[in-house]
Design a protein around this ligand. Structure first.
Ligand code: ADP
Length: 484
């Protein structure tokens, strides 16, 4: 993986893509111009020679050259033609005998070649041999029978094939021009490649720059020199990265802030009972003649403050344990109606002391897969609050119900209620609606935070409805089957 690290660079990939996108069309243009020129030049040369040969073929018939090849006019024309196109011309009669060869080496010999035979039947050919650099072509020597020479067998106007002109012409001049063109095109191509490299380098660097800026900004957030949100909005993609990072960062800042707040709250909450204890102890110490009753009363107050401190510490430990054991629910099959009954039985003495009537309503038998200890904690906290924040003569009702997926535990009281604007906050750690009153009745502000953590661990929900002066209803919904 490390060996190919460089290949994972976006800059390199962009460079290659831009370079290749520019190079391919340049190469195609380069090749097609050269090939186009070659095709055109060969075609023009072939047509030229073909025209000349056609004129010559007419002269051969006019001067009866196939019978008597001594015509100076025709011989001069033949030589001119072969010089002009630096090629060779052979005049062959219809018995396949070479009447004249401008190279003078095959005069009088026979020429049995497929091209010649085909040409005598009317189909002329032309071949371009690129490797050896010549064009070979055949033109038939034809005579149209006139009225004078017409016989019974051959009617006037008949076209007779009297022989073939076989010519080959060198394409050296074409090849030379192509070479010159190729040289020039290669120079242009090299300039294009240099320009392409420069453009690809520049573009790839420019295109990747926003990502570099993101890294730089994240780096400065990481090193602590900045806690500003990132602002690279150049592309939709960078905007997505930036907004994801910003929301993650905001979440982390919020978590950090809430941790700071929690630590400060914990210190404050733990300090309050200690301060009271110190004041009480100090006043006992400084006064030498404290009556025994006062002494006892102060000591009782001190014990109460220590109990409060103990309760806060226990609640805190419970909360930390719930956070830590997030993945460790001790699931078992629990009869929720039975569990509610046991808890209510345990709470009855306190209810009685507060003159609250405690009732359980089981609308359905519920057996669910839950962590028994944690659900007990949920129920205990809710029922305890329903008793604590109630007035004498009031009621607290626990209703157990279920649908096919969830079971519900509803705890309703006829107590003081919770102001609407505080409803969202009561689940926060150490949050208390009326601090002094809550303190008086022994609240730590941690009960509902513990309750919510336990419910969330079960992938459940807890909601509260409340009317000031009339009472509150807390509804817990938890899946009957634990998620595996
Ligand atoms: P505490 O230990 O103070 O009871 P909780 O987290 O259980 O802490 O509750 C937070 C605050 O929500 C309480 O201080 C109280 O003001 C309010 N509250 C909770 N339950 C009720 C209720 N049933 N009726 C009225 N107020 C309630």
């Amino acid at each position: 993986m490390h060996r190919f690290r460089f290949w994972r660079s976006l800059k390199l990939r962009l460079f290659i893509i831009i370079f290749i996108t520019g190079l391919i069309p340049s190469l195609v243009i380069y090749q097609s111009i050269l090939k186009g020129y070659e095709d055109r030049a060969v075609k023009v040369r072939t047509l030229d020679v073909q025209n000349q040969l056609n004129v010559l073929a007419d002269h051969l018939i006019t001067y009866n050259y196939l019978i008597d090849p001594s015509s100076d006019v025709v011989n001069a024309e033949l030589n001119l033609l072969s010089n002009l196109y630096s090629g060779r011309v052979m005049v062959i009669n219809n018995r396949l005998k070479i009447v004249r060869d401008t190279y003078g080496i095959s005069d009088g010999r026979s020429m049995v070649s497929e091209e010649v035979v085909k040409c005598l039947k009317g189909s002329s050919i032309n071949n371009y041999d690129r490797v050896n650099g010549y064009i070979e072509l055949t033109v038939p020597i034809t005579e149209t029978i006139s009225a004078v020479s017409a016989t019974d067998e051959i009617a006037e106007g008949t076209v007779m094939y009297r022989g073939v002109l076989l010519a080959s012409t060198s394409t050296d001049t074409i090849t030379n021009t192509i070479e010159i063109l190729r040289n020039r095109a290669q120079k242009i191509l090299i300039i294009v490649i240099i320009l392409l490299v420069a453009i690809a380098l520049l573009l790839s660097r420019l295109l990747v720059r926003p990502f570099d800026r993101i890294s730089k900004q994240i780096e400065s957030v990481k090193s602590g020199t900045s806690d500003e949100p990132l602002t690279v909005r150049d592309y939709l993609e960078t905007q997505h990265i930036v907004s994801s990072f910003n929301s993650l960062f905001a979440k982390m800042q919020k978590a950090d802030e809430s941790r700071r707040q929690f630590v400060s709250n914990v210190s404050h909450e733990l300090k309050t009972p200690l301060t009271s204890v110190k004041i009480l102890a100090d006043s006992l110490n400084t006064d030498n003649e404290v009556p025994v009753e006062v002494y006892k009363e102060f000591m009782a107050d001190i014990t109460q403050e220590i109990e409060r401190e103990d309760k806060i510490i226990n609640d805190l430990l419970e909360l930390v344990r719930l956070d830590k054991d997030a993945s460790k629910l001790n699931i078992s099959t629990v009869d929720i109606n039975e569990l509610s009954e046991i808890i209510l039985k345990r709470m009855r003495p306190i209810a009685r002391k507060n003159e609250i009537e405690l009732t359980l309503v089981s609308l359905r038998d519920v057996v669910a897969e839950v962590d028994e200890v944690k659900i007990s904690l949920v129920l205990t906290n809710l029922v305890e609050n329903a008793i604590k924040y109630n007035s004498p003569g009031g009621t607290a009702t626990v209703t157990v119900d279920a649908d096919h997926q969830y079971f519900m535990i509803e705890v309703t009281d006829t107590g003081e209620g919770i102001p609407e604007e505080e409803l969202d906050s009561i689940f926060e750690r150490f949050y208390r609606v009326d601090k002094s009153h809550s303190n008086k009745i022994g609240g730590t502000g941690l009960g509902l935070a513990i309750t919510r953590s336990a419910v969330m661990l079960h992938k459940g929900t807890i909601v509260v409805r409340s009317t000031l002066g009339e009472g509150s209803t807390f509804t817990v919904r938890i899946p009957i089957k634990a998620a595996v």
